[in-house]
Design a protein around this ligand. Structure first.
Ligand SMILES: [Zn+2]
Ligand SMILES: [Zn+2]
Length: 133
């Protein structure tokens, strides 16, 4: 596969894999590109937040949040999505190929949100179960 260019900073994306799921991470800004469903797969895998080098958060967040980025695969403008649970995070998704872009640190928070949701759903199930009986 040809290597992709980071939509945020123009650096090269390096393919890394965790438990057989391959993602592309920027060698420069540490943002992570997930092809369709890779983020879904990875967030359920224990320890997958290790792929996220969450230490490079210092640079102008507001600016990077407002910047429009293009999908590194299809070159179309990606849509901003807000995941608002434990941590409010903005990430970009491509409506054409279903890929997702996370800035450094965001995947960890995305996964955290997911785990919170799962706990919540489990709690709801228990409540419903009790009600029905
Ligand atoms: Zn980059
Ligand atoms: Zn795309």
């Amino acid at each position: 596969m040809e290597s992709l260019i980071c939509p945020k900073c123009g650096g090269n994306l390096e393919t890394i894999s965790y438990q057989d799921v391959e993602v592309d991470r920027c060698g420069q800004c540490a943002g992570i590109w997930f092809d369709s469903l890779e983020a879904e797969q990875l967030k359920s895998i224990k320890g997958s937040e290790k792929i996220d080098l969450a230490d490079s958060q210092e640079d102008n967040e507001l600016e990077s949040r407002q910047k429009q980025i293009n999908c590194p695969r299809c070159q179309v403008t990606m849509m901003k999505m807000l995941d608002f649970d434990q941590h409010p995070i903005w990430y970009e998704t491509c409506l054409q190929c279903g890929g997702i872009w996370f800035d450094a640190g965001e995947f960890t928070q995305f996964k955290d949100n997911f785990q919170q949701n799962r706990l919540l759903k489990q709690a709801m199930k228990v409540l419903r179960f009790k009600k029905n009986n």
